[in-house]
Design a binder for this molecule. Sequence first.
Ligand code: SF4
Length: 729
Amino acid sequence: MSAPAAAGPTADPAVPGDPAAVASLGAVDTHCPYCALQCGMRVRAAGVADGDAGGRTGGDGGAVAEVLERPEFPVNRGALCGKGRTAAQLLAPAARLTAPLVRDADGVLRPAGWDEALDRVADGLRRVAAAHGRDAVGVFGGGGLTNEKAYALGKFARVVLRTSQIDYNGRFCMSSAAVAHQRAFGLDRGLPFPLADVARTGCVILVGSNLADTMPPALRYLTELRENGGTLIVVDPRRTRTAEQADLHLQPRPGTDLALALGLLHLVVAEGRVDQEFVARRTSGWRETLPGVMAHWPELVERITGVPVPRLREAVALFCDAPASMVLTARGPEQQAKGTDTVSAWINLCLATGRSGRPLSGYGCLTGQGNGQGGREHGQKADQLPGYRKLDDPAARAHVAAVWGVDPDDLPGPGRSAYELLDALGRDVRGLLLMGSNPVVSAPRAAHVAARIEALDFLAVCDVVLSETAALADVVLPVTQWAEETGTTTNLEGRVLLRRRAVDPPPGVRSDLQVLAELARRLGVARGFPADPEEVFAELRRASAGGPADYSGISYGRIAAEDGVFWPCAGPDSPGTPRLFLDRYATPDGRARFTPVQHRPSAEEPSPEYPYYLTTGRVLAQYQSGAQTRRVPELNAAEPGPFVQLHPRLAVRLGVAEGEPVEVTSRRGRAVAPARISPSIRPDTVFMPFHWPGEGRANTLTNPALDPASRMPEFKVCAVRLRRAAPTV
Ligand code: SF4
């Protein structure tokens, strides 16, 4: 195979758009509200002529703004997927909440004024704490919240509510990779290199990611990789549109990619391809890891995974023969009850072959949610303080407490993880403040989670729309969204970005930061919760200073000038850190750590009663729980509802034709959705997207078995039985 050419996108061409030129369009440079690619875009308010500045809202329910391309932004270079292109439709007043809602004594949500609604929330949370203790009040955040909001929400929980019970839906996204990162490298940043490096390496193994549907503009880096002479290996139980572009597609049984990674590493050892010099100089733990690797001989791995030995050998040859290589994982390997060990197995492969800590080589996680990276750094996790500090670290507590002006001893300890918190609702946790999440659709074992939410004494939800979870609340607070407010996000590369306000919000909504400030004041904390995002960010910088995720050198002005700054960035003179680990890892001895891991079955394997695998995921035209994208007509027209993807042979066995309803039953419940028959999936596996509520809700079926280290639920594999359902009349 030829060496990859040095052509392709340059690493950091961070050339912002000319402000004068952008202003002449009457547009504002900002970023997409959806996924972790955080594509750059321009938003122009409706009715703003070229040369005007500023924005306005449409008061007639019509279009408020339009999305324009922003070719200078280096990550997406102007490209947007349909979700990003249509994002401005959610800004229209008709598409969202514009007044607080409170539940009446007769159980109906009715519009209310802000003072009444905020008083009800403060009173509800106060009553629960008084009756059942501080830890009976929970807080649930989201991976889509800006860094400022995530920071303020964590501070609100610990300083105002003084509860340990806070976690967020990002736990369901990339927590397994986060723990594996920490174990191996001493630091968790999704990609330790700019995405542009992917196009310039020699071989990429992409594990459990369908970039063509989830982040279409990122696909160009894989296309450029192959144009540059590199090769792409995709590991996925489905032959997705991404897998179709691969030089080699490995199609293992769901839940067996840990064995697959071990099998590849076994062959690396057997074929004498271990980079002994790198292992000796830059790693630790290889000797302890080797026995587990050697126990996974190729024929055994073929039996476990279903991937033939020759394909395993081919993958090893492509990966090791390339001058540089990468492994990128996403939700496939991560959303398992052994997700952390699975990611560790792929990291072990990189370390043993010396494909880490070098230019154009390494392991990376493709974070999913819009602020999936920053949202996991600044304190809304159950065990965490800002700057990726640990809540049980006395030095971290002292540092953050000093910034917050409180006694370190007053800070609560670690709380429950996301699913465990949801499972405790109505029992140990009786009141909940929820911001930017829709667990009634997105949590595993969703019918049970919905029942737990309904059992709460008090629920307050901050959201843009009346999501399925908000519809259960006692109080719903309508908040501003992406293009209506300024704040920072951190994309999947660790690049801190500035989402600028481009239009005015409609009358009647307030920002999440305003809500937290008002609630803090009502709950007796009059200071320390500014509503101005830049002021919050200034405090976040101080709180993160010296921590693993150090933002102290990053400012709004600097982000604007450089179009993004990579953390860690310790002080104004730091250039930021686009590439990590080139000299040393963030472990105490500077070495990367191998982790001994063993394959084990999924929490549920097929059985006579439940003979098939179910795996879940996303489709191109919808995003996460669909609370936003299901309200966009073009996206709904493209993908209007749930479906069950199944192989033609399985369809014949079930007597199901295309479009006919299929009943899918797991140990948690039953769902029904139309059949979508495709040879691209394994005959022993069905796939359901998880964006919809109701009868076709995929998460009714999913298994909340948790990874012991990351507390990630096993979204990606459970056992189900299938039958043709009676057609709906
Ligand atoms: Fe938005 Fe992600 Fe689509 Fe980019 S790829 S436009 S960030 S949803």
